[in-house]
Design a binder for this molecule. Structure first.
Ligand code: ZN
Length: 363
């Protein structure tokens, strides 16, 4: 039995209070929380969760992504492996789950719903409705990921509706991806059981989808940046919004992650507890993830920060284990099998010569 004891100002997000406390961790779980009278340094809060990210966009293995993310206080991600699935099919999804499982980080992978994304796309692989069903049946596949084929949902196309029905039968969440969908169409899309969207570019679109009962994932990644447009939702709909990045390139991940969105939200004058709901608790509640929320009995997934304005992360704990300290990752590198190879011969300049002058326009 290992016991750890820590002091700090505990940020109780649901009760909206901060108080000096001593927490005890026994075998990776919060065993006890005692309110203290004396002043203590630092703040203890649940770890950050990215509500929607394609880990592949970081160009890192999940294990390497985790090593970086924990330095910014991220303890979990809801991750759609559809980029690797587009290349390698189900074997790619299985690889992501297996590699992510080798490190002390909480990856929650979904079953990619649209590989290829549309019937017009030539992908390296297909994931059929039966294969999606088999993935969804697995305990370590948590949801049906972004249903990009919204025209298919609106017309009731067999293939996509089969996948949606399977997820609904299992009671697993279904993520949306419907840029620009509004009004009655948005309502029909939501009525199919699709409960989130991370594609809103305007507040009006987000309010439309919220009115349909959807949850909005405020996306601020390396590609699309919607925080400026959507941050008012932190105050107007604090129970229905989550932070996500969707795509996060490696240089961006070195700099910051969800911690940065917390600092920006608070700097804009949003209530700190509302900001932290989007960063920590709403995602865990929506997907019913086994990620600790600093309550007695929870897995000890939490972070220590200097203050609740800049959110500079001093330490990150996952299942009671210290995984990052002062910007240094304490997660060890893992070895992994190589799954995909490119086969080609060396090319020389003459190989690129073309008799057709028009091709030069590309150069
Ligand atoms: Zn996405």
């Amino acid at each position: 039995m290992t016991t750890i004891s820590l002091r700090g100002n505990l940020v109780d997000i649901p009760r909206r209070r901060i108080f000096p406390a001593r927490i005890s961790i026994v075998d990776g779980r919060i065993d006890d929380i005692v309110e203290l009278k004396d002043r203590v340094d630092g703040f203890l809060l649940p770890g950050f969760v990215d509500a929607h990210i394609h880990v592949e966009s970081s160009m890192l293995l999940p294990s390497e992504f985790a090593r970086l993310a924990v330095t910014h206080g991220t303890v979990a991600t809801v991750s759609d492996p559809h980029e690797i699935a587009n290349v390698l099919g189900v074997a790619g999804v299985e690889f992501m789950i297996a590699n992510g499982g080798q490190v002390p980080f909480k990856f929650f992978f979904g079953a990619p719903s649209c590989v290829p994304a549309t019937v017009f796309e030539t992908a390296g692989a297909r994931v059929t409705a039966d294969e999606v069903g088999a993935l969804l049946d697995r305990e370590d596949v948590w949801y049906l990921s972004e249903v990009m084929d919204f025209p298919g949902v609106l017309t009731g196309a067999d293939e996509v509706m089969k996948k949606v029905a399977h997820a609904r039968r299992l009671g697993k969440p279904i993520d949306g991806h419907a840029p620009g969908l509004r009004g009655k169409d948005a309502a029909r899309y939501a009525a199919a059981g699709i409960s989130t969207d991370h594609e809103c570019f305007t507040l009006e679109e987000a309010l439309d989808k919220l009115a349909c009962g959807m949850h909005i994932q405020i996306r601020e990644g390396s590609a699309a940046k919607n925080f400026e447009a959507l941050h008012p939702l932190l105050s107007s709909h604090p129970d229905r919004v989550m932070f996500c990045t969707d795509d996060k390139h490696p240089d961006g991940l070195v700099a910051a992650h969800i911690n940065d969105l917390c600092a920006r939200g608070v700097a804009l004058g949003h209530d700190v507890f509302n900001v932290l709901r989007a960063a920590c608790t709403n995602t865990v509640a929506h997907y019913q993830l086994p990620v600790g929320q600093l309550r007695v009995g929870d897995p000890a997934d939490f972070i220590v920060v200097d203050d609740v304005t800049r959110f500079r992360v001093k330490r990150t704990y996952i299942n009671g284990r210290l995984v990052a300290e002062n910007g240094e990752s304490l997660i060890e590198r893992v070895t992994t099998q190589r799954l995909n190879n490119f086969h080609c011969n060396t090319r020389r300049p003459p190989d690129f010569r073309t008799p057709d002058e028009r091709a030069r326009a590309l150069g």
